[in-house]
Design a protein around this ligand. Structure first.
Ligand code: PMP
Length: 436
């Protein structure tokens, strides 16, 4: 608990320092407040400096779409963790290597001749889109057209960016289920849309992520004539909720009734525990046509640095995302795509067998989940057991500021994918408990 308090106090100090710095900068930059043509003194140099400052500031440099989206929680926390040399249990990426079969595929690709080092097809390397189409057709129950229905992107991030840019217009409303992965809101804002929130709410004792539920009435009440899309994330980051078929059906019914799109972020699709089953909303009747499913090889094969992601859906929707892609990134790294294609070919052959990485990875992570839960419980925190994903939230109301009354303020998120941070946290908490 002292741990959390001291982190919070550190954060507050850093924020105060940043605010003070900003004030000081403001105080030494009076040109902002000077009317045009008015100088501070008759000194020529000063006057010239003032004039040039005025010229610099009289014209807005940044595009308005960047307003209010400049803060990023990961940038801030990573810096803080480095500055205070604390164990960073916040950010989620593996501290282990991808499985050997996919590393070998990558090495083979890199030494596979000139074509592996040059541009490939803009919308996705043909072997990769073919293997994705083959793999997912059976899962969504729809014959996926490799060339029309898939767009390969620079990680799931770019798939989300292309989806919001291509599908959300000025003034459109986009419903986002809270709590959510932080980039959805700025991406909606940058597309000119308005994020409308609907929370998952705890039902009874919150011991599992499944105890957080979405009310059909509350979701329906947020839909207006301007609503364009609903964004869901299953398994969810940060809670770990894996939406059940009935819950997805409720969302699907509303999408169909109001002619809405669904953007379904499924980057943790293989990470489910205790028998929870990941269901794709695109597989429900009438949803293929209106769903963009987002995936990530980073999460799928524990290779977040490769930044290979994809968006999958009807070619009629994906074609608009291709327009954004071809005019921004255009193309993703060829060798990484080749390797991921091999990974999916292998997993297709081994699907459902114990050798499948999609079986092995969740089994490993389930043990880490147990370890983190025990660690948190040992210091009196109440973990909410996630049914999926990399993260676990814990109720800190017993140690947090009582002013915090909002829905999610009693919870903080911990990542349990990294052995190194788990071990370090365990050690810190063990020592701390001994000192009490
Ligand atoms: N969606 C969610 C829910 C995530 O947690 C992340 C990564 N943390 C992403 C998308 C982005 O994935 P990628 O690294 O493939 O861009």
């Amino acid at each position: 608990m002292g741990l959390i308090r001291s982190l919070a106090a550190n954060l507050t100090r850093v924020r105060q320092r940043a605010a003070r710095n900003q004030q000081q900068v403001g105080a030494t930059a009076p040109a902002h407040s000077l009317p045009h043509g008015q100088f501070m003194s008759n000194n020529g140099n000063n006057a010239r400096r003032c004039l040039s400052l005025q010229m610099m500031t009289s014209r807005r440099r940044s595009a308005r779409r960047t307003d209010g989206v400049d803060k990023n929680v990961w940038v801030e926390f990573t810096q803080l963790a480095a500055e205070y040399k604390v164990v960073n249990l916040g950010q989620g990426f593996p501290d282990f290597s991808p499985p050997p079969f996919i590393q070998e595929a990558f090495c083979k690709a890199v030494s596979g001749g000139p074509t592996m080092h040059q541009y490939t097809r803009a919308f996705g390397h043909p072997p990769l889109v073919k293997s994705l189409a083959k793999f997912f057709s059976g899962i969504v129950g729809h014959e996926i057209d490799a060339l029309e229905d898939i767009l390969v992107t620079v990680g799931a991030y770019q798939a989300l960016f292309c989806a919001f840019q291509a599908l959300v217009d000025e003034g459109d409303e986009v419903i986002i289920v809270e709590p959510f992965f932080d980039c959805y809101q700025p991406m909606v804002a940058m597309a000119g849309g308005k994020a409308v929130y609907v929370p998952l709410r705890p039902s009874g004792a919150v011991l599992s992520s499944g105890d957080w539920v979405l009310s059909a009435e509350e979701l329906a009440s947020k839909i207006t004539a301007r609503t364009k899309a609903i964004v869901i994330n299953t398994p969810n980051n940060p809670i770990g909720k894996v939406y059940k078929t009935e819950e997805l059906q409720m969302i699907a019914d509303l999408c169909i009734k109001h002619d809405l799109l669904c953007i379904s972020d499924e980057v943790y699709e293989w990470l489910t525990y205790d028998g929870a089953k990941h269901v794709k909303i695109a597989s429900l009747p009438g949803m293929w046509e209106r769903t963009v499913t987002v995936g990530s090889a980073g999460k799928t094969f524990s290779a977040t640095g490769w930044k290979v992601g994809w968006a999958m859906g009807s070619g009629q929707v994906i074609k608009h995302m291709k327009t954004i892609h071809q005019n921004t990134v255009y193309h993703c790294a060829t060798a990484a795509q080749e390797a991921v294609g091999h990974g999916f070919e292998r997993e297709h052959k081994l699907f459902g067998s114990p050798e499948s990485y999609f079986q092995q990875l969740p089994a490993t992570l389930q043990q880490k989940r147990t370890k983190l839960a025990a660690c948190l419980e040992s210091v009196g925190l109440q973990p909410v057991m996630p049914e999926g994903g990399y993260f676990m939230i814990a109720d800190i109301s017993s140690v947090s500021d009582p002013e915090h009354r909002k829905e999610f303020d009693n919870y903080i998120r911990f990542c349990f994918v990294k052995d190194s941070t788990l071990d370090a946290a365990e050690e810190i908490l063990r020592k701390w408990s001994q000192e009490q």
